[in-house]
Ligand binder design. Structure first.
Ligand code: NAD
Ligand code: ZN
Length: 345
C-alpha cells in the first residue's frame, strides 16, 4: 500500500510503498478514508536527530478516520464496514484515567512505550491503519469522514482545553483565541457553540482572520505589539477571562499574559516553545490559572462528533491525495493552509 513516511531527520516526508499490516489478536485494521495534517507533525519533523524520540521511517498522520476492513482474533466490538474515528492518545487501558476514557492522561503510556499512531507508530497517512484495540474507535454515526478527521485532534484538543474554563465563560465574558489555524478555527466555533462568551480572534494572517470572522469570532485582531492593548480596550480595561494560545511562542504568550483578566485562565495549546513566567513579578495578574493541556479524552471525542452531527461545528478543509501530502505539509509549514489540510488516501 502507499504511505507517507518521515524517513530521515531534516528531510521532507515521502510517498513510499509498504506492506498492508495484518491485524493480530485484539487488533482492528482500518481502510483509511481521511487523515488530517497537524502542525505538531511540522514540530516533530523539526526536532534534531539527537533528540528524535521515535524510530524511523515513521508513517505520519495522527488524525485518522476509516472503515473497519478486518478484525483480529477475538474482536467483537466493531463490525466490518463500520465507519469510525480513531481516538489517538492511547494509554495503558487499565489505570484510573484510562478507565475514565482520559487515556491522554495515562501515567504509564510512556513507560510502556505506548505512543499514538502517527507519533511514533505507523499513522493514518496510508491506505490502511492498524489500531491496537477497538477501544480506540469511536463510531462516526453519519458524520462525514472529511469533516471528522480534523475533529479527532484539531477539534478534540480545543474542546478539552475550553471545557476546563467553562465556568468562567459566562455572559459578558471575553475569550481570546490566538492562532486561527486548524485548531483555532474549531476553537472559535466550539466557544460559540458551548458558551455565550465574546470571542476575540488573533492571527498574523489576514486570511486566517477572515476565516475566524466567518466561523463566528465577534472581533478579529492582528497579533502584534498592539494586540493586548486592544483587548484591554475592548474589555473596559479588565482583560479577557480566558486566553487560549494555539501558537505558544514567546510573542503570543506575552500577549496572553498582558491580556488575561485577574482570576482568568491562560491555556497554552501551541508547541511554539515559549514560556509563561508564573509567580510574583512574572507578569500574570493575581489568581490566574495556567494550563498546558494535551489532546483530550475519548468521551470528549464522542461529544465533539456529536456537535458536528448537530451542525454546530464544521471543519474548514482543503483536500489532498496521498501523492500530494508532502506538498500539503510544505504549505502547512509555510503558513499557507487555511483551516485543515485533509488527505484522502
Ligand atoms: P496551524 O498551522 O494550522 O495554525 C497555526 C495558526 O497560528 C496559523 O493560522 C498561523 O497564521 C497562526 N500564527 C502563527 N504565528 C502567530 C502569532 N505570532 N500570533 C498569532 N497567530 C499566529 O497549526 P495547528 O495544527 O492548528 O496547531 C496549532 C498548535 O497547536 C501547534 O503548535 C501544534 O503543534 C499544537 N498542538 C497541540 C496539541 C496539544 O495537545 N497540546 C494538539 C494539537 C496541536
Ligand atoms: Zn495534532
Amino acid at each position: 500500500m502507499r504511505a507517507v513516511q518521515y524517513l530521515r531527520v531534516g528531510h521532507a516526508p515521502e510517498l513510499v510503498e509498504v506492506p498492508v499490516p495484518e491485524p493480530g489478536p485484539g487488533q482492528v485494521l482500518l481502510k483509511v478514508t481521511a487523515a488530517g495534517l497537524c502542525h505538531s507533525d511540522i514540530a516533530v519533523m523539526g526536532w534534531p536527530e539527537e533528540a528524535f524520540p521515535y524510530a524511523l521511517p515513521m508513517t505520519l498522520g495522527h488524525e485518522g478516520v476509516g472503515t473497519v476492513a478486518a478484525l483480529g482474533a477475538g474482536v467483537t466490538e466493531v463490525t466490518e464496514g463500520e465507519a469510525v474515528a480513531v481516538y489517538g492518545p492511547w494509554g495503558c487501558g487499565r489505570c484510573h484515567p484510562c478507565a475514565e476514557g482520559r487515556e491522554n492522561c495515562c501515567p504509564h503510556a510512556a513507560g510502556l512505550g505506548i505512543v499514538p499512531p502517527g507519533l511514533g507508530r505507523p499513522g493514518a497517512l496510508a491506505e490502511y491503519l492498524l489500531v491496537d484495540s477497538p477501544r480506540h474507535l469511536v463510531p462516526l454515526h453519519g458524520v462525514d469522514p472529511v469533516q471528522a478527521a480534523p475533529l479527532t485532534d484539531a477539534g478534540l484538543t480545543p474542546y478539552h482545553a475550553i471545557r476546563r474554563s467553562l465556568p468562567k465563560l459566562r455572559p459578558g465574558s471575553t475569550a481570546v483565541v490566538i492562532g486561527v489555524g486548524g485548531l483555532g478555527h474549531l476553537a472559535v466555533q466550539l466557544l460559540r457553540a458551548l458558551t455565550p462568551t465574546r470571542v476575540v480572534a488573533l492571527d498574523t494572517s489576514e486570511d486566517k482572520l477572515q476565516l475566524a470572522g466567518k466561523v463566528g469570532a465577534h472581533e478579529t485582531l492582528l497579533s502584534d505589539g498592539e494586540a493586548s492593548a486592544r483587548i484591554r480596550q475592548l474589555t473596559g480595561g479588565i482583560g479577557a477571562e480566558v486566553v487560549l494560545d494555539f501558537v505558544g511562542a514567546e510573542a503570543t504568550l506575552a500577549i496572553a499574559a498582558a491580556s488575561v483578566a485577574v482570576a482568568g485562565d491562560v491555556t497554552v495549546v501551541g508547541l511554539g516553545g515559549g514560556t509563561l513566567p508564573v509567580g510574583f513579578g512574572g507578569g500574570l495578574p493575581f489568581e490566574v490559572s495556567a494550563a498546558f493541556p494535551y489532546w483530550g479524552s475519548r468521551t470528549e471525542l464522542m461529544e465533539v462528533l456529536g456537535l458536528a452531527r448537530q451542525g454546530l461545528v464544521s471543519s474548514h478543509v482543503e483536500t489532498f491525495t496521498l501523492e500530494q501530502a508532502p506538498e500539503a505539509y510544505a504549505r502547512l509549514h509555510a503558513g499557507d493552509i487555511t483551516g485543515r489540510a485533509v488527505v484522502l488516501p
